[in-house]
Design a protein around this ligand. Structure first.
Ligand SMILES: O=C(O)CCC(=O)C(=O)O
Ligand SMILES: [Mn+2]
Length: 214
């Protein structure tokens, strides 16, 4: 893509819906050590393709850190304090992850967010995440904070009903989306990832989704 003078100016916050905002570049401060955190997390709890209750293998590979991890298998979706692959607790949530998530929540108007789960999604070119709601958490007064890293993605954000119109937003490396309040149960998803090469993350997109589960 062509660089322009405007690339050097901070990008303004984008309102996706009431209670939902895109904070461009908010997580750029996470720095390079995020890659070593991701490496140690996946050494203990590897990325895996979960099976949906309907029997489909998800194209996005997932792992978790924090007190609880989101898992899916033929019996349904749930948050589990134990990684079923390792039979151990999920790796601890790095303090820098927690910090960026709580700061992004504050910037979006949600103070006091204390996530106890971080779902880590790995998209390779061709992976996508169908339109869904995040509704396995106990307390919908707490927002969702989503951090995008690596290759850009086309993020879909709709309304409270599956058939509501969706808008598309490009999420770049370092962008953070926060949705809560009246948007907490909005449908969202990610279009099929296009091939590309990110200077630090290579041919993949990593998404960290912070949730308050209990
Ligand atoms: O990858 C993304 O941007 C969204 C991820 C997501 O919606 C989820 O993990 O529930
Ligand atoms: Mn989601």
């Amino acid at each position: 893509m062509q660089e322009s003078f405007f690339d050097f100016l901070p990008k303004p916050t984008v309102i996706l819906a009431e209670g939902a905002v895109l904070l461009p570049g908010f997580a750029l401060g996470l720095g390079a050590d995020i890659l070593s955190f991701l490496n140690s997390i996946q050494a203990a709890s590897p990325f895996r393709h979960m099976i949906t209750p309907g029997g489909h293998r998800m194209s996005v590979a997932m792992t978790n850190c924090g007190k609880f991890g989101w898992v899916s298998d033929k019996t349904g979706y749930r948050y589990d304090p134990v990684d079923p692959l390792s039979n151990r607790s999920w790796p601890e949530m790095p303090a820098s992850f927690l910090k960026i998530a709580t700061e992004a929540a504050v910037a979006a108007g949600y103070s006091g967010f204390q996530p106890d789960a971080c779902l880590i999604n790995r998209y390779l070119p061709g992976s996508k995440l169908s339109l869904h709601q995040d509704r396995n958490e106990a307390d919908f007064t707490q927002p969702i904070v989503s951090v995008s890293l690596g290759l850009p993605a086309s993020f879909l954000f709709g309304g409270l009903k599956r058939k509501d119109a969706v808008k598309k937003y490009t999420l770049e490396h370092g962008d953070v989306v926060v949705w809560g309040g009246p948007s907490r149960l909005c449908y969202h998803g990610v279009n099929t990832l296009k091939t590309g090469e990110h200077p630090a993350f290579g041919k993949q997109r990593i998404n960290l989704t912070f949730r308050k589960v209990v």
